[in-house]
Design a protein around this ligand. Structure first.
Ligand code: NAD
Ligand code: TYD
Length: 338
């Protein structure tokens, strides 16, 4: 099988490419990635000399480039996106372009190329925000209520993908997954930002009261879920994917990281809240468990410690990433230099 993986040089995409070539060494993976600030070829170092790994630098909004790169591919796995909520608040334009226009270009070319499966990787953020007091959790039946430019553009892309199934019978599947953590995550996101700031002796910024809740999943569990949906998922269906954490808030996560890294709570710094900050995400993943037999295999405490260890062992990777353009983003977002 020949897979066309968009965004394969980013965090989850790279983990997926490495996962796929470890498990299916007979397949070919064409990674198509624009190498934005979030894309990094170093993430694919492990498969650099593997003849089954093909890298093509390209923009998913560029139809001609997508057309020639997708030639001969059987399956599309679409990760490429602008993915950071805070950046979407600073400037929504690249989110509209890549997440909506780019997804549309891919759908058009997938139709032309008669792709056997178009798998769209999406987020639980499309469902909006839950209250801390309610027991409700997101499922495949939850209505879409996105509240950030990021989640609104991901919601739009989900709608387009579904529309191509109903209108043109393009064989699609969609997964809506909760917050991932693990190796190669760009240090703008909470967990790697906390770990790398602490390694540099800096404080960890916590938005608002810190009582915001996310569901957390180790990235390899996400890759395995996509694998199972590709092999056994039903065409046209959506699957929600989530982890094993139960309503853990940001403050508790940062306190765990501080404890594992031997730091005290003076390293916590409460900062201005994110506008429109979604209070709580929680996800019901019983459909993928009951229908495909998937469940998370990585518990949060063990794999949070493993993730800390990964960043400790890959200082060069994140120090390079944190230099350059990231510094000016940090200054704009947090009002102080790194
Ligand atoms: P990321 O920001 O780490 O990586 C995105 C990748 O897409 C980068 O390699 C970047 O270069 C590439 N890209 C961006 N614009 C492009 C364009 N126009 N053309 C080609 N490539 C482009 O993102 P991530 O965290 O790995 O997320 C991957 C996907 O998973 C996204 O679609 C995201 O919405 C979804 N998702 C992420 C999470 C999470 O916790 N990170 C959770 C659920 C779903
Ligand atoms: P993030 O990793 O940006 O993921 P998302 O917003 O997509 O869920 O943020 C996770 C949570 O951590 C979210 O509630 C915002 C919060 N957060 C902070 O408190 N401080 C920070 O510096 C960052 C980046 C996030």
């Amino acid at each position: 099988m020949k897979l066309f993986v968009t965004g394969g040089a980013g965090f989850i995409g790279a983990n997926f490419v490495l996962y796929w070539l470890r498990h299916y060494p007979e397949d070919t993976v064409v990674t198509f990635d624009a190498l934005t600030y979030a894309g990094n070829l170093e993430n694919l170092q492990e498969v650099k000399n593997n003849p089954c790994d093909v890298f093509i630098k390209g923009d998913i909004c560029d139809k001609n480039a997508v057309r020639s790169a997708m030639d001969g591919c059987d399956v599309v796995v679409h990760f490429a996106a602008e993915s950071h909520v805070d950046r979407s608040i600073l400037d929504p334009s690249p989110f509209v372009r890549t997440n909506i226009v780019g997804t549309h270009v891919l759908l058009e070319v997938a139709r032309e190329r008669k792709i056997q499966r178009f798998h769209h990787v999406s987020t639980d953020e499309v469902f909006g925000s839950l209250d801390l007091s309610e027991k409700q959790i997101f499922s495949e039946q939850t209505p879409y209520r996105p509240r950030s430019p990021y989640s609104a553009t991901k919601a739009a892309s989900d709608h387009l993908v579904r529309a191509y199934f109903y209108t043109y019978r393009l064989p699609i599947t969609i997964t809506n997954c909760s917050n991932n953590y693990g190796p190669f995550q760009f240090p703008e996101k909470l967990i790697p930002l906390a770990i790398t700031n602490l390694m540099e002796g800096k404080k960890v910024p916590i938005y608002g009261d810190g009582l915001y809740v996310r569901d957390w999943l180790y990235v390899e569990d996400h890759c395995r879920a996509i694998d199972m949906v590709l092999r056994h998922g039903k065409i046209g269906e959506t699957y929600c994917i989530g982890g094993l954490t139960e309503d853990i808030n940001n403050l508790s996560i940062v306190k765990k990281i501080l404890a594992y890294m031997g730091k005290d709570e003076s390293y916590i710094e409460f900062v201005k809240d994110r506008p429109g900050h979604d209070r709580r995400y929680a996800i019901d993943w019983s459909k993928i468990r009951n229908e495909l037999g998937w469940e998370p295999l990585h518990d949060f405490d063990t794999w949070l410690k493993e993730t800390i260890r990964w960043y400790q062992e890959h200082q060069e990777w994140w120090q390079r990433v944190k230099s350059g353009a990231y510094r000016s983003y940090y200054e704009q977002q947090y009002g102080k230099s790194l």
